[in-house]
Design a protein around this ligand. Sequence first.
Ligand code: AVJ
Length: 319
Amino acid sequence: MAYHKQRYERLTFSFMDVEQQQEAFARPAKYFYDTRGSQLYEQICTLPEYYPYRAERDILASYAPDIYAAMGHLPLVEFGSGSAAKTCYLLTMYEHAGQPFLYCPVDISRAALETSAQQLLAAYSHLSIHAIHADFAGNPGVIRALHLEKKAMAFFGSNLGNLTRAESRDFLQSTAALMGPEDVFLLGVDLKKSTTLLLPAYDDAQGVTAAFNLNLLHRMNRELGANFHVPGFTHLALYNQEHGRIEMHLRSRQAQHVAITKTAQTIHFAAGETIHTENSYKYSLADIRALGHCTGLTLSHTWFDRQHYFLLGLFHREN
Ligand code: AVJ
């Protein structure tokens, strides 16, 4: 794996060659997040129907002192840090402790890492950052490059929801394998709840989620030389009871052919046939406890938002 380093004052960068990393998942959600897709996702987070973002932020805003106390003043590694907007609640606790601290954001977007690092370094005087530019999906082991003796790891945003149950187990297993006896893992997951609440969160009135889903077709047209007639597809969100997940699909309005130049494929769609674009798995508290248990992790603390829509759980290694 190509790997190199760059050092500034208080900011160190490590790069894992993202292009060379192999695809670990059957349905990688990362393809949603080109420039337009990332904008649309940010817009989704402001929608009245989309509660997960606000619920997790409220947990962090309400319980940051508690969470920080349970974690300890350890170097903080965050998978999929993005803009690190929620992480600030914890970083503020570190700063108030008046001790030097280290934050290690891991993200696939180099731009997000640079922008957030500049802002955080300006805001926190005791902070040093070691950023890792990598696609950590399926491989939390990228953080071995940090050679941290003790650490706290965080995985916010219910991003685990994009992984199948088996992939989630693998992810937690790999995470557990990185943990020493005093290390902790903070995980944010969206809880199972009524479809009356779930479905509108993935099929909002303004059609932002629809645009986010359809953006995949625009992206394929642009980057793969495909000729999807985008209005020929509609956004579909459903709750799959058996798997406990929201599924997003793009449904072909009519029978049609699509040619994809770069892959030399022609694909036929029957009327009503769908492209299954995303899974967003939901967990119960018992699911999370069991998931931890089968990967050698104990759920030692839990925090909920007021409405119990979302869970932030802290795991320790079982000894
Ligand atoms: C970024 C994976 C947490 O599953 O809720 C939002 C992505 N998809 N609306 C989620 C998403 C449609 C989101 N995650």
